[in-house]
Design a protein. Structure first.
Length: 442
């Protein structure tokens, strides 16, 4: 997590100040419940809230205590006692460190997820706007990087919208799964603390009580959470990679916005590089990097060990901060993306009409030819076009002309029937149907 790829609101969630404030709230809410149950004096619970709630925790002092105690929660509790006074003896009654650490971690993940959901909403809005803007902008679809058949640029955006909409649903589910609280004491038996304390703290912190914790909240929840972030990162990379390919000089059908005064290369003044989407590809790798360690954290020894702790101290902030930055960056890329419809048509036309080959193939079979013969007839004419394209970079042989001159083809198809199969509109006739499926509107 470095400032270059960080946004302040997400960083703040993971700051020491935020962490210790959440720790305090967990402890103070537990004291409220203990007071209601008659375990500690109500005046003590009130004092803890008043003095601790008004305090600014001294990070340096907590670090100083931890250097001696070698225990972060004890260091915090010691500092809290310096603030609260004698009533601090009622803090942490029947609790264990994981009650504080795990519940805090999940609170932070929930807060982070709320920011990520806002990022997703902004991204979806940008993609939707560009999808409708270019719903009928015809471009070539590619398979294996090779021209296939016509699509529209709007359909490319609609596909991305549907994918990120699924990602948003997964993120909502991940938020629900991670939003649990454990205040169950050593080895999770509630031997020294009433389960009603956990229920109170969970409600106060906007969480659900963990059904059964073994001193720690089960890490399969976290594994699923970080796996979800990894999938979102992969979807970011997929769209970023598409834009990178479209910006290649030989293609140049779309391009990242290039601002006035921007420089593309320290050596070559002509360069306009897809640096933002290349950056997104790299950031996606970093987000996915957390998924395997999160899954390996699931298998802890017996009721608890801390092999997961060092991992989560890093992947919690690093992954959410990085994904937050990446989603916002991708939104800006889509929002300002330069789209070149004329270039799209020009690229499609460079293959001399080969994009209509399947329609001719089907027409021949419908006219009585076997599929094998039809394929052979279409391919032999198509290869003439390909050969001329490979020499010059533009097809010097026209597919339609070749078909019209092929006596074997003409045995099955008239000139009008052949020409009819070269209608671009045929390929885009169901765009509205797809858009209704994706967006629920025309």
């Amino acid at each position: 997590m470095i400032p270059r790829y960080s946004r302040p609101d997400m960083v703040a969630i993971w700051s020491p100040e935020s962490k210790f404030r959440i720790w305090f709230e967990i402890e103070a809410h537990a004291c409220d419940a203990l007071a209601d149950l008659g375990v500690i004096p109500k005046d003590a619970a009130k004092t803890i809230w008043e003095k601790g709630g008004a305090a600014t925790f001294d990070i340096d002092r907590i670090d100083e205590i931890e250097r001696e105690t070698k225990h972060d929660v004890i260091a915090f509790l010691t500092h809290l006692a310096e603030i609260v006074g004698p009533d601090a003896r009622f803090v942490h009654q029947g609790m264990t460190s994981s009650d504080v650490l795990d519940t805090c971690f999940n609170v932070q993940l929930v807060k982070a997820t709320d920011l990520l959901l806002k990022d997703m909403d902004d991204l979806l809005a940008a993609i939707k706007r560009r999808a409708f803007e270019h719903k009928d902008t015809v471009t070539i679809g590619r398979s294996h990087g090779i021209h296939a058949e016509p699509v529209t640029f709007g359909l490319k955006m609609a596909q991305a919208y549907a994918e990120f909409d699924r990602c948003r649903t997964r993120l909502v589910n991940a938020r629900e799964e991670i939003a649990t609280c454990a205040i169950s004491g050593a080895v999770g038996t509630f031997a020294n603390i009433d389960p009603r304390v956990e229920e109170h703290v969970a409600k106060a912190m906007g969480l659900q009580a963990e059904p059964v914790s073994t001193q720690v909240i089960p890490r399969d929840r976290h594994a699923m959470y970080f796996a979800t972030l990894g999938v979102i990162a992969s979807s970011i990379e997929r769209l970023a990679t598409e834009i990178r390919h479209l910006q290649r000089t030989e293609v140049l059908e779309a391009e990242e916005f290039f601002s006035k005064g921007q420089k593309g290369s320290s050596a070559m003044p002509h360069k306009r590089n897809p640096v933002l989407t290349e950056n997104l590809t790299g950031l996606a790798r970093l987000v996915r990097m957390s998924t395997v360690p999160a899954m390996e954290n699931v298998a802890l020894w017996h009721e608890r060990d801390i092999s997961h702790s060092s991992v989560e101290r890093m992947i919690g902030p690093d992954t959410t901060v990085t994904l937050d930055f990446a989603l916002v960056r991708l939104t800006n890329v889509i929002d300002k993306l330069m789209v070149y419809p004329e270039r799209m048509v020009g690229n499609m036309d460079r293959l001399g009409g080969l994009v209509h080959s399947q329609r001719i193939l089907l027409a021949l079979t419908q006219a009585g030819s076997s599929r094998e013969d039809a394929y052979r007839l279409v391919q032999r004419n198509a290869m003439k076009v390909w050969d001329s394209y490979q020499v010059s970079g533009d097809a010097k042989v026209d597919f339609l002309t070749e078909l019209l001159a092929d006596e074997d083809v003409r045995k099955y198809l008239s000139e009008e029937e052949i020409r009819d199969r070269f209608d671009l509109g045929y390929h885009t006739k169901n765009v509205d149907t797809i858009f209704k499926r994706v967006f629920g509107e025309g």
